[in-house]
Design a protein around this ligand. Structure first.
Ligand SMILES: *Cc1c(COP(=O)(O)O)cnc(C)c1O
Length: 384
């Protein structure tokens, strides 16, 4: 899918961010096959991991996806109107005090993370004399969000608390699903099921991307992948079977020859030990290329790895291109930052972080191009 600086690119932009919606759909379908008979939703929080919640959601919707997860109510506000009315938008971070009427008016489904949230949602429903839909999240051991065991116990003793609530899903979240050997995977699932069994008619959801690829008998009723849709490796121990979604290309701004002993960039952090050639590209930490990559990151020119020389600036990076033939080093020539030679997981490893952070930081100064999803038959559901 690598396309070099196509002529229709906005010439005023220094970088081209290409997002392959066909790959998103292919990844969605791969997860559908993997998780069957469970249904598969799409996690599109943080603007679909920086890739554009609206565009990603539309592609997923056309592939049959009906369940969308965001983190903030604000994200639901921005997304809801562009989805088909039969789609559900769930707000993972829960129901903040004072937002109940807005959430209800919007038709978003809050993930209730505490008894207090549940009580406020039920009170609004009662005042309107009509049930409101909700998800209950169980804290099965991650201690982040969800009803802890003592609040679950209260709820089970006082089921009338749910009289005004239509439970559409009961969910929890795995802390270590990317590590198949972590004992918490089984203990969290057991704790989750113990609660879920008290609500026998309510659909269940536990697995994120990594969970969907854990070898286990049951993926429950609804899987909630994010990163795997966007091409990130769901399990580090296995080869990544997801199709890459993102490519990022910069162009060379200028090239200079420097003598041995010359130094490069802020802090004069890099010293050339022999005469070298340095290329500057117009992408920096202001575009999400982490400053930390100055010590260990690189890029590719015509398939040749070029290490970052010196620190990452806000708007530019200097690359040691001494080994690249000159014909590839003209101003405007393409430089691969994410693509066939360097995946988002590679960049994340260089930066000592995870692909999620690389994606969600990608800046707003790129020319963004979406490659459309091919019209393909879908294994589940119809087209929107
Ligand atoms: C972000 C998130 C997901 C998606 O996780 P991935 O690892 O990107 O698949 C699923 N569930 C919850 C509760 C989340 O916060």
């Amino acid at each position: 899918m690598h396309v070099s600086m196509a002529p229709d690119m906005n010439p005023a932009a220094d970088g081209l961010l290409q997002i392959d919606l066909d790959a998103v759909v292919a990844n969605y379908e791969a997860i559908v096959r993997q998780a069957a008979p469970a249904q598969v939703g799409g996690v599109v929080k943080a603007d679909a991991y920086g890739l554009g919640a609206r565009e990603i959601s539309h592609a997923l919707m056309a592939a049959g996806c009906r369940h969308f997860f965001v983190a903030h109510l604000l994200e639901a506000v921005e997304l809801k109107s562009s989805l088909a009315p039969e789609c559900f938008v769930y707000v993972l971070n829960g129901l903040a005090p004072g937002t109940e009427p807005l959430c209800a008016k919007l038709g978003a489904v809050p993930v209730l993370n505490s008894l207090d949230q549940l009580t406020r949602w039920a009170a609004l429903a009662m005042s309107q004399r009509s049930q409101l839909p909700a998800v209950i999240q169980v804290d099965s051991g991650m201690s982040r969000l969800g009803l802890p065991a003592n609040e679950i116990a209260v709820l089970l003793k006082q089921p009338h608390r749910l009289d005004w609530i239509k439970l559409v899903l009961i969910m929890s979240h795995l802390a270590c699903a990317d590590d198949p050997d972590a004992p918490s995977n089984a203990s969290q699932e057991a704790a989750f099921l113990q609660v879920a069994e008290q609500f026998p008619h309510v659909p269940r959801s536990l697995d994120n991307s990594a969970g969907a690829f854990l070898r286990k008998p049951d993926h429950h009723d609804l899987v909630r992948p994010g990163i795997a849709l966007f091409g990130g490796a769901p399990q580090f121990a296995h080869p990544n079977m997801m199709r890459p979604v993102v490519s990022l290309e910069a162009k060379i701004v200028q090239v200079r020859e420097i003598p041995a002993g010359a130094r490069v960039g802020y802090g004069l952090d890099f010293t050339a030990f022999q005469s070298s050639r340095i290329a500057t590209i117009g992408i920096g930490y202001g575009d999400g290329w982490l400053r930390h990559l100055g010590r260990c990151g690189g890029a590719f020119i015509a398939g040749i790895r070029v290490p970052i020389a010196g620190r990452v600036s806000m708007d530019s990076i200097t690359l040691d291109v001494s080994h690249v033939p000159e014909k590839h080093l003209q101003p405007g020539a393409p430089v691969e930052l994410i693509g066939p030679h360097q995946t988002i997981d590679d960049v994340a490893a260089d930066a000592n972080t995870i692909s999620y952070e690389i994606l969600t930081r990608l800046g707003r100064r790129f020319h963004r191009r979406y490659l459309p999803a091919a019209n393909r038959p879908t294994p589940l559901g119809g087209r929107a």
